[in-house]
Design a protein around this ligand. Structure first.
Ligand code: PLP
Length: 344
């Protein structure tokens, strides 16, 4: 049996047309898009075409999108760039937010944890979907505060809307795009200043643009409609997997069951078991799964995204996350369940 990959929330393989777009751009479009000669202008034209195409799918104006190298970078640019104008007021933040979002908030005077919303709150930060549990979250309606959406895990898995948001981030490598391409979207007029200076991206993000990654991202975006369909088709597979393992009579719990969730994610608490050991045993058996977000793997710290839901540190250490790629088949999920059963 070939190895089976159930870690789509960590990263996804690039779509074949992404690979082709990256390859072609590296061979043909390697000129610097800032150069004024014909080669440079051709590269510039392709970036702007990609920006227009992606903006259309997100229903925003092309000039509102900033190409970045990762969502981590986009969140740092966003939150550090808002800090001088807003950082002396509190930010109200979902406690299960990814560390890419929590780290740049360290410069802010105070972080309040949602649902607490201080009266003088400057911004509300709420991820669309949890990378660990897959639970989907609405944007809280808070007046007079900037609403920031981390859409990284939702993009390509469930429909994404920016209605009611002022800024959002997206990452290419979670939806069949390449590493090195991500988006920062900001509504015009935010009290934001650039923190990575340079002439590129209308002075909002300095650094020579990664044209191959950007064109690879545009290619992946072209396939978002079919990706959404393939992900939606995972719901019965996910539900059958969870029903199967619940039927084993072990002391386990499906986190987020009963909540609206990503179609591809099962986050299971195996009480009394060590998640790291289970993950390693599954790896040996041919299955790539995760104990939590990739950033936590290898670290002994329990995941804050799990403890935030009211679970103890020991319980958080007993969690495995199974996240399916679009197109995963029922027999592959059955093989995973069969591989897992003797281990728990
Ligand atoms: N936000 C969420 C919810 C994520 O899951 C991740 C990555 O796991 C990030 C942000 C960071 O994305 P990137 O890998 O593009 O830096």
């Amino acid at each position: 049996m070939p190895r089976l990959y159930f870690d789509a929330n960590a990263t996804t393989p690039p779509h074949p047309e992404t690979v082709e777009a990256v390859r072609r751009a590296m061979e043909e479009d390697w000129a610097n898009p800032t150069s004024t000669h014909r080669e440079g202008q051709r590269a510039r034209h392709h970036i702007e075409e990609a920006r227009r195409e992606i903006a259309t799918t997100l229903d925003v104006a092309p000039g509102e999108l900033v190409f970045c190298a990762s969502a981590t970078e986009a969140l740092h640019l966003l939150l550090r760039g808002l800090q001088p104008a807003l950082g002396d007021r509190p930010a109200a933040v979902f406690p299960g937010e990814h560390s890419a979002c929590l780290n740049p908030l360290r410069d802010w005077s105070r972080v309040a944890w949602l649902p607490e919303v201080p009266t003088d709150c400057a911004t509300v930060v709420q991820m669309a979907a949890s990378n660990e549990t897959g639970i989907l979250y609405d944007m809280p309606t808070v007046l007079d505060a900037l609403r920031i959406r981390d859409s990284v895990q939702a993009w390509g898995k469930v429909p994404v809307t920016l209605a009611g948001c002022d800024a959002a981030v997206f990452s290419g490598h979670k939806m069949g795009g390449p590493r090195g391409a991500a988006l920062l979207w900001m509504r015009p007029g935010l009290p934001w200043e650039a923190v990575m200076e340079g002439p590129q991206e209308r002075r909002r993000r300095g650094g020579t643009e990664d044209l191959p990654a950007i064109l690879g991202l545009a290619a992946a975006v072209r396939h978002l409609p079919e990706r959404l369909e393939l992900n939606a088709a995972l719901v019965p597979l996910r539900d059958a997997f969870e029903a199967e393992i619940r039927a084993w009579g072990r002391d386990l719990e499906v986190l987020g069951q009963g909540s609206a969730r990503l179609p591809n994610t099962s986050c299971i608490l195996f009480r009394g078991r060590n998640g790291e050991a289970l993950q390693a045993a599954l790896d040996l058996a041919g299955f790539a799964v995760s104990t939590g977000s990739a950033c936590h793997s290898g670290s002994v710290k329990p995941s804050h995204a799990i403890t935030t839901l009211g679970y103890s540190s020991d319980e958080a250490r007993s969690v495995l996350r199974f996240s399916m790629l679009p197109g995963t088949r029922a027999d592959e999920v059955e093989a995973l369940a069969a591989g897992l059963k003797p281990l728990v």
